[in-house]
Structure formats: C-alpha cells, structure tokens
Design a binder for this molecule. Structure first.
Ligand SMILES: Cc1cc2nc3c(=O)[nH]c(=O)nc-3n(C[C@H](O)[C@H](O)[C@H](O)COP(=O)(O)O)c2cc1C
Length: 145
C-alpha cells in the first residue's frame, strides 16, 4: 500500500495539513461548487478593513492578453459584518481560517488584529500591507479617479 506523502507545514504554532491556500479576494463560499474546502491547507477570505468601504469605481476588472488585471481597491463590509456574516460561513469546515486584514494606518492594523485574534474562529492573521491599486500601496485612501 502506498502511503500519502506528508504535506503538512508549520507556521509558528499553526499546523496546516498542506500549504495550499487561496489568494485573498479570489475565493468565497461559491467556490464550494468546484472544490472540497476540507482539502485546503487554510481558508483565506477577502481582506477585511475596520470600516466598510466601497472599493474603487468600476470598471475595475479588465481582460488582457495574458489574463486579467484588476483594481478592486479593497471593497469591504467592515470587520463587524465579517465577524457576523463571513466567519460563520466557514465554521463547518475542518480547515483553519486565516483572516487577511487591511488598514490605513498602523493603529488600524493593530485594532483589527486585536479584534480578530480574540475570535476562536480565526487561526491566524495575514496582513495585506501592499495593495498596488491603492494610493501609497494601501497606506492611504483608494484612488477614486
Ligand atoms: C478580484 C480580486 C480581488 C482581490 N482582492 C484581494 C484582497 O482583498 N486582498 C489581497 O491581499 N489580495 C487581493 N487580491 C490579490 C490576490 O490575492 C492575488 O495576490 C492576485 O490575484 C495575484 O495572484 P497570483 O500571484 O496567483 O497571480 C485580489 C485579486 C483579485 C483578482
């Protein structure tokens, strides 16, 4: 009998059964129609900000010869909606959830980290510290033009 290879990885105190995790923003519950979430190493929902924000104006996705480019601008329902509506969607899966957080200042990152690290449904935090389609790489407000 051939045994399965051990693909587990350790990040700090967090152990993932494999290193496969979706890129934040490209993944949501609708993907369950295509993949078994329990096979992922971790689930990473779209980045969340402290307050709700609309993101950039449309058009913000464009098909190009090599694929597509996007400039969503971190559309977000805000952290309270994330806790109320996003986290419960994933609790039935046997996969750690990594919360991607995005702030406009160090203080906002700290507030988000404090709020979410208290929630047992969040196994780890990912800091979205460089969003190229936001002014100042995400350390300021989104472009509106
Ligand atoms: C529609 C869309 C929304 C995205 N939203 C986020 C986001 O909220 N946070 C983030 O860190 N990255 C976001 N990204 C970037 C992706 O996580 C990823 O880095 C990007 O698609 C490049 O992936 P690749 O290196 O596999 O091509 C988004 C990408 C797309 C296409």
């Amino acid at each position: 009998m051939v045994s399965e290879p051990d693909l587990s990885v350790k990040i700090g105190s967090l152990v993932l059964k494999n290193p496969v995790m979706p890129a934040s923003g490209t993944f949501g519950p609708e993907m369950a129609a295509f993949i078994d979430f329990n096979r992922l190493g971790a689930i990473v929902p779209k980045s969340i900000t402290k307050a709700a924000r609309p993101g950039n104006k449309i058009p913000r996705v464009c098909e190009v010869e090599g694929g597509m480019i996007n400039s969503i601008g971190i559309q977000s329902k805000g952290v309270e909606a994330y806790i109320r509506h996003t986290l419960p969607v994933y609790t039935d899966f046997d996969v750690p959830l990594i919360a991607s957080i995005s702030g406009e200042s160090v203080g906002e990152f700290a507030e988000l980290a404090e709020r979410l690290s208290k929630d047992s449904r969040v196994a780890a935090l990912e800091l979205n510290i460089s969003c190229p389609n936001l002014r100042n790489n995400g350390r300021g407000r989104a472009h509106r033009g």
